[in-house]
Design a protein around this ligand. Sequence first.
Ligand code: NDP
Length: 246
Amino acid sequence: MKTVLITGTSSGYGRETARCFHEQGWNVIATMRTPRPGVLPETDRLRVLELDVTKPETIDAALEAAGPVDALVNNAGIPSIGVFERTPMARVREVFETNTFGVMATTQAVLPGFRERGSGVVVNVTSSVVLGHMPLTAVYKASKTAVEGFTASLALELEPFGVRAKTVEPGACLTTNFGETALDGDSLEEAVPQPYLPWAQKVMSGFMNQDVFTKESDVAETVWRAVHDTTGQLRFPAGPDAISLA
Ligand code: NDP
């Protein structure tokens, strides 16, 4: 029986992905920054463990408790919507700490096991924002675009060892932290002060009227497919040459 470790399963896409893998008969290590009883009922195949992607000691402890895993789903993430000019650098670093460095840290922690066993897959949940352009998301988009580049290069580095790395780019969904609290402020007026406000209100209402919303179950299913798909790997150059820098 295969085992998946998923980050950020206390809500939204992560919780639904944990349910999906459990229904498909996998062992699920559902990790949460703060485990909350009842969010995901534990079974003989679903264990809830603490893992905060910004705290390396919790990553190590969760992996130790989990035992060997076959797939890692880096789902944990935080939003950031606001005017870049007004986004404190501390907030920029906080977003990158979770969305970018958190992904790298958990990935680095599972790789020795994957490589030694000659199998394993990392799926990084980024965002459809990386595929198009949307204002007010400069920091968020940068944090997720970095993960796209990281994953594409990593896939080549790991391919000779039978290990895969992929991304999934969901569209928007009003999940726990991605509804109104996605704003970098207590209100649109605070996240997007004058003189940006009138224009930003137009952008936001245009966005809400677009057909960009994604169901949590669709994201879970796409992650499930990404874990199984062996055809979508980048292939230049293929095989062992991928690690040759000569
Ligand atoms: P939610 O806010 O519902 O879930 C985010 C999850 O990440 C929560 O479980 C949260 O935990 C967890 N998390 C946040 N910070 C950390 C951390 N430091 N360590 C571990 N876990 C953490 O949002 P979604 O389900 O929508 O988000 C899931 C992923 O999907 C994110 O990567 C997001 O960027 C991406 N995404 C979301 C979109 C959307 O519109 N919803 C669109 C495109 C991509 P806690 O409960 O403790 O806060």
